[in-house]
Design a binder for this molecule. Structure first.
Ligand code: NAG
Ligand code: NAG
Ligand code: NAG
Ligand code: NAG
Ligand code: NAG
Length: 321
């Protein structure tokens, strides 16, 4: 729907907060992320990082490193009260016109009505894989953890450790090569190299981003409800942002083959154990599978896989839904 990568406009500006508190909070986030868009709308307050939207601008931050495979998490409390028209996003993205991107987009609503959480994946520059859920809690009342796990076998979107979406690598050749898996991936049933194999994000390093912006042309109740600027500023609050992954060498290009090999092949590096691509991370546990079924049964409100108006021919990754 909306490409999030277009928001990366660097604006230098004064930070309008108490210097002592800002230094403490910035220190905690500083290792991982820094302001990347409208720096004066990225506010450090105590132990918290706040993204502000007002009629002049939204704001955003980006991770300092890029990663190939790993897990990125945010402890986030969404804009309370009237947040109609306001979108807060937490996402991973690589660069270039064949980029990959894994999105959480939190679609605000009028006071008392539920947020929707939209997830999407771009693979080789192509998105249009939206799913939407509502939540089993009020995301404006307290902090909750939103995370993306990414390895050669799967991309998993998690809310408080409950998987809400899984995108699997159905390419038995690729997963067998990368992870020595393949035992249960139709080893001899289907044709692993046939063109109908669903696409899976190629190994491009990704940065982690968050931003808040005005999207009242589409976000809330299909765009019918507009942002009420008399309720600005709209503030999304982060308590923590964590990234555990194989950190891309600062001097390497995004297509550096030795970095791909290192992050794909190694099981240990300067970041510690590459737990995110160990055997037990190649698919959901039985418990997680049950959680996913529960989340989809009770909270899924939109799935592109079954939207035959948009996709008369079902996308290949949706087979069996
Ligand atoms: C499957 O994986 C192999 C090995 O990585 C790769 O050469 C091939 O292009 C992949 N096929 C598809 C359809 O992605
Ligand atoms: C795999 O192929 C072998 C040999 O052709 C066959 O005996 C076996 O039943 C097949 N397994 C599956 C799961 O299709
Ligand atoms: C796999 O694809 C090849 C080449 O298109 C074809 O000859 C072969 O029959 C296919 N095998 C299966 C199991 O579909
Ligand atoms: C907002 O609330 C309305 C009414 O409950 C609901 O239909 C809609 O899905 C909610 N979320 C968004 C983002 O519009
Ligand atoms: C990056 O720096 C490391 C350590 O100095 C070096 O080993 C590596 O070859 C460099 N890589 C590139 C692509 O320049």
């Amino acid at each position: 729907m909306v490409s999030l990568t277009v928001v990366a406009v660097a604006v230098a500006a004064a930070v309008l907060v108490a210097v002592g508190a800002a230094a403490a909070a910035a220190g905690k986030f500083d290792d991982v992320v820094g302001p990347s868009w409208a720096n004066d709308h990225v506010v450090y307050e105590g132990d918290l990082l706040k993204l502000r939207l007002d009629s002049s601008s939204g704001g955003g931050f980006a991770s300092k490193n890029k990663f190939l495979y790993g897990k990125a998490s945010a402890d986030l409390k969404l804009v309370p009260g009237d947040s109609a028209g306001v979108v807060t996003a937490f996402y991973l993205s690589s660069a270039g016109d064949k980029h990959n991107e894994f999105d959480f987009e939190f679609l605000g609503n009028v006071t008392g009505e539920p947020y929707l959480v939209q997830t999407n994946l771009y693979i080789d520059g192509v998105g249009n894989r939206e799913q939407r859920i509502d939540l089993w809690f009020d995301p404006t009342a307290d902090f909750h953890t939103y995370a993306v796990l990414w390895n050669p076998s799967q991309v998993v979107f998690l809310v408080d450790d409950t998987p809400i979406r899984v995108y699997e690598n159905k390419n038995a050749t690729a997963t067998a090569t990368a992870t020595t898996k393949g035992h249960h991936r139709h080893a001899n049933g289907t044709n692993a190299t046939a063109p109908s194999v669903p696409p899976f994000p190629s190994p491009q390093p990704m940065a982690v981003y968050s931003s808040i912006w005005n999207a009242d042309d589409w976000a809330t109740q299909g765009g019918r409800v507009k942002t009420d600027w008399s309720h600005a500023p709209f503030v999304a609050t982060f308590r923590d942002v964590r990234v555990e992954g194989c950190a891309w060498a600062g001097n390497a290009t995004d297509s550096d083959a030795s970095e791909v090999a290192r992050c794909t092949g190694s099981s240990w590096g300067k970041e510690g154990r590459y737990w995110w691509k160990e055997k037990d991370m190649e698919e959901l546990t039985v418990h997680q599978s049950h959680q996913l079924v529960w989340a989809r049964a009770h909270h899924l409100v939109y799935d592109y896989c079954v939207d035959t108006d948009r996709f008369p021919v079902q996308p290949p990754e949706c087979a069996g839904r």
